[in-house]
Design a protein around this ligand. Structure first.
Ligand code: AMP
Length: 280
């Protein structure tokens, strides 16, 4: 696996791959890799000739006071995992390479970018859209792989790709969970044993809602109340949002039809976790 730190070198490698007609799958990450990330790599491997990954803890997507400084960084171990999954090129720039002095241009997706996580974390989705647009320019992949876990991110990127005519296919990949249902996240590393137990209520609340839908309940207001009732049983958590929204616009919907997004975010102690499902 080639590890590349410079933008110029990355552009040249990817340009060569593209001119040779090699299908490129791209998996952007912030590192601290787990099986969720690896599932994206595996999917890309199965659909593309070459897989390019990136590790960049993007300062622009952390609001002031968030966990940018503490965010887990496990570069050596990440490289080992990417290598054994067959990644051909890893782009791992530092922040000054990505945002040299004087860089001021950002990409904002108004509306969608201000909903769910965008509402709770001002500037977060602008940071995401900006870095992903830059990475798309550098790599120019045929397909880019993102996890359904970050549903608001997916919605923003889908809109950005459409509006700015990025010539690539966005592939969304299913959420990978631990055996007890907790969605894998690099931030799970922050949880104490007790907090990890408390965090399971997110999945429990979503499962309750999913069961109620399967039993025929479709009214969002009723379903949200069912979810809130479950969340309220937990101690040590503070709910940020529980929402039933259109998966593309992230606007609330009155009934949970097929394809609708049911999403939750909560603080477990100081750790903010998210989870969701799409109505079947
Ligand atoms: P991150 O490193 O947190 O920026 O995540 C990089 C990519 O991995 C994003 O597209 C995430 O949505 C995806 N991802 C993170 N956790 C999971 C998970 N548990 N299952 C599937 N994809 C995930």
């Amino acid at each position: 696996m080639q590890i590349v730190k410079s933008i110029a070198e990355m552009q040249s490698i990817c340009r060569n791959l593209r001119t040779q007609g090699i299908t490129m799958g791209f998996v952007p990450t912030m590192g601290a890799l787990h099986k969720g990330h690896l599932s994206l790599i595996q999917r890309a491997r199965s659909e593309c000739k070459t897989v390019v990954a990136s590790i960049f803890v993007n300062p622009l997507q952390f609001a002031p006071g968030e966990d940018f400084a503490q965010y887990p960084r496990t570069f050596e171990e990440d490289c080992r995992q990417l290598e054994s999954e067959g990644v051909a090129v890893l782009f791992a720039p530092d922040a000054t390479e990505m945002y040299p002095n004087g860089a001021v241009t950002t990409i904002t997706v108004p509306g969608i970018g201000d909903r769910l996580d965008g509402a709770s974390r001002p500037g977060h989705l602008t940071g995401v859209a900006t870095v992903v647009a830059k990475l798309f320019h550098l790599v120019a992949p045929h397909r880019a792989y993102f996890g359904q876990k970050d549903a608001a991110q997916l919605a923003v990127l889908r809109q950005m790709i459409q509006d700015l005519n990025f010539d690539l296919e966005l592939v969304s990949c299913a959420i990978v969970r631990d055996a007890d249902g907790l969605a894998l996240s690099s931030r799970n590393k922050y949880l104490s044993v007790l907090e990890r137990e408390q965090a399971l209520v997110l999945h429990r609340a979503l499962t309750k809602i999913e069961q109620s839908i399967a039993e025929g309940e479709r009214h969002s207001s009723t379903l949200l109340q069912i979810g809130r009732n479950t969340l309220e049983t937990a101690t040590g958590i503070r709910v940020d949002y529980l929402a039933i929204v259109d998966a593309r616009s992230l606007l609330p919907v009155a009934t949970a039809e097929r394809g609708v997004l049911v999403a939750v975010a909560a603080f477990i102690g100081r750790t903010r976790l998210i989870d969701n499902f799409l109505v079947a």
